[in-house]
Design a protein around this ligand. Structure first.
Ligand code: NAD
Length: 356
């Protein structure tokens, strides 16, 4: 499928290819929707096998950002960017500044932040060329790494799930299995242990596992065992697509609450989960803490206000779980409806009454 056909099928507004011969920059920015506001999305630096794979990823991820921002109640649209290359060897000041100029050419229709393969210091370099880069290091006056906020938001969502299932937000004694103890998973493990949970972890990176075991005294299992660990909550915090027709029958949990984007391999997987009595808390709702935190930079970053707003992930999750019960649908479908209804309502309002 050609670029325009792909954009049409997912209703994207704009796709911008960026190139700089000297630094080797090859970037793609996808703006899915600016109905609610400027499109905000991270820049992923990844060695995609080819341009088609990079384009597929950026189109899919930017669409997810529209739903995420809408469900979080933010006045932001959905966008995402990818830089094709190896972040360990291909990143340079010239490359990030050249990319910053590409971002700047969109004049604020797209705002970026860090993502897989990019860091706060990369954002600082991009920021030299454009005001439209967030996630600037704390010492430079920004909000820093979004991962701890994503972990805080996940924890708030977990409490909302606990109230919904067990009528009690105390997580003390609950068993939680965390797949992937990187930036978000690691932050979550600390919060879970503090809350008195029994935590089981796995990671393909032995050092990450050793750190979690040594620092927090949690148990570890092999990566191929984590999904079938008997537990109250499974928290996928590694990669997407982990919940599918093969893995779902193996799950031994009551709920899934994790940070990984696009955990459902197929649209029907939420029905498969519901059919076996597992509550699936929608990924794009429960992992929105980092987005909420970084968006605070747009109005002057105040840590306390940001932390309070991140806690709102819990209320949003609870409301979606109740709506799913009331309307007889899955939480994933209820969350998609909430996001789409808000897009339609506010979009219509903006058409009807333009601000002078
Ligand atoms: P990260 O790279 O810091 O951590 C991911 C960890 O998962 C790594 O330690 C990696 O070794 C491990 N891993 C990879 N494959 C695995 C497997 N098969 N089994 C077990 N462990 C495996 O990334 P992160 O920032 O912690 O993000 C984790 C997930 O959450 C990603 O899917 C990301 O897109 C999503 N997410 C992150 C944020 C954020 O604020 N960082 C926000 C929203 C969503």
């Amino acid at each position: 499928m050609g670029v325009f056909d792909q954009m049409t099928s997912e209703s994207h507004e704009e796709v911008l290819f960026g190139f700089d011969r000297v630094s080797g920059l090859r970037s793609i920015i996808a703006i899915h929707s600016t109905v609610l506001g400027p499109a905000l999305g991270g820049t992923r630096f990844f060695p995609y096998p080819d341009e088609a794979a990079a384009l597929r990823d950026v189109l899919r991820l930017s669409q997810g950002m529209t739903l995420k921002a809408s469900a979080a109640g933010l006045d932001l649209g959905g966008g995402k960017a990818v830089i094709i290359g190896n972040p360990a060897t291909d990143g340079s000041e010239r490359l990030f500044r050249a990319y910053g100029r590409v971002v700047d050419s969109l004049a604020g229709r797209f705002i970026t932040a860090e993502d897989v393969g990019t860091s706060g210091s990369d954002m600082e370099m991009i920021h030299r060329e454009t005001p439209w880069a967030l996630g600037i290091p704390v010492e430079e006056g920004g909000s820093g790494d979004p991962s701890p906020s994503t972990g805080q938001g996940l924890m708030a969502a977990l409490r909302a799930v606990a109230i919904h299932i067990w009528n009690d937000d105390h997580l003390h004694g609950r068993r939680v299995a965390v797949q992937g103890v990187g930036k978000v998973g690691g932050a979550l493990v600390e919060l879970l242990v503090d809350a008195g949970c029994e935590v089981v972890v796995s990671d393909i990176n032995d050092e990450a596992v050793a750190r979690a075991v040594d620092v927090y005294g949690v148990k570890a299992v092999e990566p191929d065992e984590i999904l079938s660990v008997p537990c109250d909550v499974l928290s996928p915090c590694a990669m997407g697509g982990v919940l599918d027709s093969a893995s779902i029958p193996r799950l031994r949990c009551e709920a899934v609450v994790g940070s990984a984007n696009n955990q459902l391999a197929e649209d029907e997987d939420d029905l498969r989960l519901a059919a076996v009595g597992i509550l699936y808390a929608p990924d794009f709702v429960v992992n929105s803490g980092g987005l909420i935190n970084v968006a605070e930079e747009l109005s002057g970053y105040l840590p306390e206000r940001a932390a309070r707003r991140v806690q709102g992930v819990g209320e949003a999750t609870g409301a979606i779980l109740r709506r799913a019960d009331q309307t007889g649908t899955t939480p994933h479908r209820a969350a998609t409806e909430v996001a789409e209804e808000r897009l339609a309502a506010i979009g219509e309002l903006k058409r009807w009454r333009r601000r002078e």
